[in-house]
Design a protein around this ligand. Structure first.
Ligand SMILES: [Zn+2]
Ligand SMILES: [Zn+2]
Length: 239
Protein backbone atom coordinates (compact mmCIF):
# COMPACT_ATOMS: atom_id res chain seq x y z
CA UNK A 1 0.00 0.00 0.00
CA UNK A 2 1.10 3.57 -0.55
CA UNK A 3 0.88 5.63 2.62
CA UNK A 4 0.88 9.39 2.11
CA UNK A 5 1.24 11.81 5.00
CA UNK A 6 -0.13 15.31 4.53
CA UNK A 7 2.11 17.99 6.03
CA UNK A 8 5.57 17.57 7.55
CA UNK A 9 4.51 16.41 10.97
CA UNK A 10 3.00 13.03 10.30
CA UNK A 11 5.96 11.09 8.94
CA UNK A 12 6.41 9.12 12.16
CA UNK A 13 2.72 8.28 12.28
CA UNK A 14 2.89 7.03 8.69
CA UNK A 15 5.89 4.85 9.55
CA UNK A 16 4.08 3.49 12.59
CA UNK A 17 1.04 2.59 10.49
CA UNK A 18 3.23 0.90 7.85
CA UNK A 19 4.76 -1.30 10.55
CA UNK A 20 1.38 -2.19 12.09
CA UNK A 21 -0.10 -3.09 8.71
CA UNK A 22 2.86 -5.38 8.09
CA UNK A 23 2.25 -7.05 11.50
CA UNK A 24 -1.49 -7.48 11.01
CA UNK A 25 -2.00 -7.98 7.28
CA UNK A 26 1.55 -8.90 6.14
CA UNK A 27 1.87 -6.42 3.33
CA UNK A 28 4.61 -3.84 2.72
CA UNK A 29 3.91 -0.14 2.38
CA UNK A 30 5.71 2.73 0.78
CA UNK A 31 5.66 5.92 2.86
CA UNK A 32 5.47 9.16 0.86
CA UNK A 33 4.86 12.83 1.52
CA UNK A 34 1.91 14.70 0.03
CA UNK A 35 0.50 18.21 0.26
CA UNK A 36 -3.30 18.31 0.24
CA UNK A 37 -3.51 22.11 0.28
CA UNK A 38 -6.31 23.20 -2.04
CA UNK A 39 -7.83 19.74 -2.49
CA UNK A 40 -10.64 20.35 0.00
CA UNK A 41 -12.55 23.59 0.50
CA UNK A 42 -12.32 25.26 3.87
CA UNK A 43 -15.38 25.46 6.10
CA UNK A 44 -16.17 28.69 7.90
CA UNK A 45 -16.54 27.63 11.50
CA UNK A 46 -12.98 26.49 12.22
CA UNK A 47 -9.46 27.02 10.88
CA UNK A 48 -8.87 23.35 10.43
CA UNK A 49 -12.23 22.11 9.05
CA UNK A 50 -12.65 21.15 5.42
CA UNK A 51 -15.38 19.76 3.25
CA UNK A 52 -14.39 16.32 2.04
CA UNK A 53 -15.13 16.67 -1.66
CA UNK A 54 -14.89 13.11 -2.91
CA UNK A 55 -14.59 14.00 -6.61
CA UNK A 56 -11.76 16.49 -6.26
CA UNK A 57 -9.98 14.14 -3.87
CA UNK A 58 -10.25 11.22 -6.31
CA UNK A 59 -9.00 13.38 -9.16
CA UNK A 60 -6.05 14.50 -7.07
CA UNK A 61 -5.22 10.92 -6.10
CA UNK A 62 -5.41 9.63 -9.65
CA UNK A 63 -2.93 12.31 -10.76
CA UNK A 64 -0.69 11.40 -7.85
CA UNK A 65 -0.83 7.68 -8.60
CA UNK A 66 -0.43 7.84 -12.36
CA UNK A 67 0.85 4.34 -13.05
CA UNK A 68 -0.21 2.81 -9.78
CA UNK A 69 -3.52 0.95 -9.54
CA UNK A 70 -3.17 -0.18 -5.95
CA UNK A 71 -4.55 1.03 -2.63
CA UNK A 72 -3.47 4.27 -1.01
CA UNK A 73 -3.88 5.64 2.47
CA UNK A 74 -3.70 9.34 3.24
CA UNK A 75 -3.09 10.53 6.80
CA UNK A 76 -4.03 14.16 7.26
CA UNK A 77 -4.22 16.59 10.20
CA UNK A 78 -7.27 18.24 8.57
CA UNK A 79 -10.70 17.84 10.14
CA UNK A 80 -12.87 16.50 7.35
CA UNK A 81 -16.62 16.86 7.00
CA UNK A 82 -18.98 15.02 4.69
CA UNK A 83 -21.40 17.95 4.57
CA UNK A 84 -21.32 21.67 5.20
CA UNK A 85 -22.82 21.67 8.66
CA UNK A 86 -20.79 21.94 11.80
CA UNK A 87 -22.65 18.98 13.30
CA UNK A 88 -21.59 15.40 13.67
CA UNK A 89 -20.72 14.72 10.06
CA UNK A 90 -16.96 14.87 10.53
CA UNK A 91 -15.23 11.52 10.25
CA UNK A 92 -12.13 9.74 11.51
CA UNK A 93 -11.63 7.54 8.49
CA UNK A 94 -13.24 6.62 5.21
CA UNK A 95 -12.62 4.88 1.91
CA UNK A 96 -13.33 6.27 -1.57
CA UNK A 97 -12.57 3.81 -4.36
CA UNK A 98 -8.97 2.74 -3.65
CA UNK A 99 -8.12 5.60 -1.33
CA UNK A 100 -8.41 5.60 2.42
CA UNK A 101 -8.33 8.87 4.32
CA UNK A 102 -7.61 9.02 8.04
CA UNK A 103 -7.80 12.29 9.96
CA UNK A 104 -5.73 12.89 13.10
CA UNK A 105 -7.62 16.10 13.96
CA UNK A 106 -9.79 14.61 16.69
CA UNK A 107 -7.74 11.83 18.23
CA UNK A 108 -5.38 13.83 20.42
CA UNK A 109 -7.76 14.82 23.19
CA UNK A 110 -9.76 12.85 25.76
CA UNK A 111 -12.90 13.37 23.69
CA UNK A 112 -13.43 14.38 20.07
CA UNK A 113 -12.39 18.02 20.56
CA UNK A 114 -9.71 19.50 18.38
CA UNK A 115 -6.67 20.79 20.23
CA UNK A 116 -5.95 24.53 20.02
CA UNK A 117 -2.36 24.14 18.93
CA UNK A 118 -0.10 21.14 19.12
CA UNK A 119 -1.50 20.05 22.44
CA UNK A 120 -1.87 16.36 23.08
CA UNK A 121 -4.08 15.41 26.00
CA UNK A 122 -3.71 11.65 25.73
CA UNK A 123 -0.43 9.76 25.75
CA UNK A 124 1.35 9.35 22.43
CA UNK A 125 0.85 5.61 22.83
CA UNK A 126 -2.92 6.03 23.06
CA UNK A 127 -2.95 8.45 20.13
CA UNK A 128 -1.07 5.93 17.96
CA UNK A 129 -3.32 3.12 19.13
CA UNK A 130 -6.36 5.13 18.04
CA UNK A 131 -4.75 5.88 14.70
CA UNK A 132 -3.85 2.26 13.96
CA UNK A 133 -7.26 1.01 15.13
CA UNK A 134 -9.10 3.38 12.77
CA UNK A 135 -6.83 2.33 9.90
CA UNK A 136 -7.13 -1.42 10.49
CA UNK A 137 -10.91 -1.07 10.92
CA UNK A 138 -11.20 0.73 7.57
CA UNK A 139 -9.06 -1.88 5.80
CA UNK A 140 -11.26 -4.51 7.45
CA UNK A 141 -14.30 -2.96 5.74
CA UNK A 142 -12.51 -3.39 2.43
CA UNK A 143 -11.19 -6.91 3.08
CA UNK A 144 -13.75 -9.02 4.92
CA UNK A 145 -15.68 -11.00 2.35
CA UNK A 146 -19.15 -12.36 3.11
CA UNK A 147 -19.19 -10.83 6.57
CA UNK A 148 -21.85 -12.00 8.96
CA UNK A 149 -22.29 -8.38 9.96
CA UNK A 150 -25.22 -6.30 11.12
CA UNK A 151 -26.54 -3.07 9.66
CA UNK A 152 -25.71 -0.24 12.09
CA UNK A 153 -27.34 3.18 12.23
CA UNK A 154 -26.94 6.34 14.25
CA UNK A 155 -29.72 8.81 14.96
CA UNK A 156 -29.06 12.09 16.77
CA UNK A 157 -32.67 12.60 17.84
CA UNK A 158 -36.17 11.54 16.90
CA UNK A 159 -36.53 14.39 14.41
CA UNK A 160 -33.46 13.49 12.40
CA UNK A 161 -33.19 10.74 9.86
CA UNK A 162 -30.83 7.98 10.90
CA UNK A 163 -27.39 7.79 9.25
CA UNK A 164 -26.44 4.38 7.95
CA UNK A 165 -22.99 3.47 9.27
CA UNK A 166 -22.52 0.38 7.14
CA UNK A 167 -22.08 -3.27 8.01
CA UNK A 168 -20.28 -3.91 11.28
CA UNK A 169 -19.48 -6.88 13.45
CA UNK A 170 -21.93 -7.43 16.31
CA UNK A 171 -19.10 -8.68 18.56
CA UNK A 172 -18.13 -5.70 20.69
CA UNK A 173 -14.65 -7.10 21.33
CA UNK A 174 -13.94 -7.11 17.59
CA UNK A 175 -12.16 -4.23 15.84
CA UNK A 176 -15.04 -4.29 13.31
CA UNK A 177 -17.63 -3.31 15.94
CA UNK A 178 -19.43 -0.04 15.15
CA UNK A 179 -18.70 3.28 16.76
CA UNK A 180 -19.13 6.87 15.69
CA UNK A 181 -16.86 8.81 17.97
CA UNK A 182 -14.03 8.63 20.49
CA UNK A 183 -16.80 8.04 23.00
CA UNK A 184 -20.28 7.73 21.58
CA UNK A 185 -22.68 10.34 22.96
CA UNK A 186 -25.04 9.31 25.75
CA UNK A 187 -28.39 7.90 24.58
CA UNK A 188 -30.22 11.19 25.09
CA UNK A 189 -27.88 12.78 22.52
CA UNK A 190 -28.19 10.05 19.97
CA UNK A 191 -28.61 6.36 19.58
CA UNK A 192 -26.54 3.70 17.91
CA UNK A 193 -28.73 0.82 16.82
CA UNK A 194 -28.59 -2.17 14.52
CA UNK A 195 -30.57 -4.76 12.64
CA UNK A 196 -29.26 -8.30 12.68
CA UNK A 197 -28.28 -10.20 9.55
CA UNK A 198 -31.82 -11.56 9.08
CA UNK A 199 -33.05 -7.95 9.32
CA UNK A 200 -35.52 -9.07 11.95
CA UNK A 201 -34.20 -8.06 15.32
CA UNK A 202 -33.24 -4.56 16.26
CA UNK A 203 -31.05 -3.60 19.18
CA UNK A 204 -29.34 -0.64 20.78
CA UNK A 205 -25.71 -0.21 21.73
CA UNK A 206 -25.33 1.75 24.91
CA UNK A 207 -21.63 2.05 25.49
CA UNK A 208 -19.43 2.31 22.47
CA UNK A 209 -16.83 4.41 20.76
CA UNK A 210 -13.26 4.11 19.62
CA UNK A 211 -11.69 4.12 23.11
CA UNK A 212 -14.12 1.52 24.45
CA UNK A 213 -13.50 -0.71 21.45
CA UNK A 214 -9.74 -0.42 22.01
CA UNK A 215 -10.18 -1.29 25.68
CA UNK A 216 -12.28 -4.39 24.92
CA UNK A 217 -10.46 -5.58 21.82
CA UNK A 218 -9.30 -9.18 21.40
CA UNK A 219 -5.49 -9.59 21.26
CA UNK A 220 -6.09 -10.78 17.67
CA UNK A 221 -8.00 -7.51 17.04
CA UNK A 222 -10.60 -9.29 14.91
CA UNK A 223 -13.08 -11.85 16.24
CA UNK A 224 -12.68 -15.42 14.98
CA UNK A 225 -15.45 -15.06 12.39
CA UNK A 226 -14.02 -11.87 10.91
CA UNK A 227 -10.47 -13.26 10.93
CA UNK A 228 -11.60 -16.20 8.85
CA UNK A 229 -13.20 -13.94 6.26
CA UNK A 230 -10.29 -11.58 5.63
CA UNK A 231 -9.12 -11.74 2.03
CA UNK A 232 -6.77 -8.98 1.04
CA UNK A 233 -6.90 -7.91 -2.57
CA UNK A 234 -3.53 -7.89 -4.38
CA UNK A 235 -4.07 -4.15 -4.76
CA UNK A 236 -2.49 -3.84 -1.31
CA UNK A 237 0.84 -4.76 -2.86
CA UNK A 238 3.14 -1.83 -3.67
CA UNK A 239 4.08 -3.33 -7.03
ZN1 LIG B 1 -16.74 0.99 10.27
ZN1 LIG C 1 -15.82 -9.49 14.09
Amino acid sequence: MRIFYDGEDLEKEAGHIAKKLQDVFKFDSLVLHVNLEGVFSKLDFSDNSYLYDRDSFLEFMSNLNKNFRGKSLVITPKDLYLGKQSGRDWFLGCLSQNNFVISTARIKMKDNKMPDKNIMEVTREKYLKRLETITIHEIGHDSIVHPDHYRFFFRENEFEEADYLGLHCPDERCIMFAGIDINNPPRENGSLFFFDSNRENMGYVDKAGLDITIENMYPSLFCKKCLKQIKLSDQYSIK
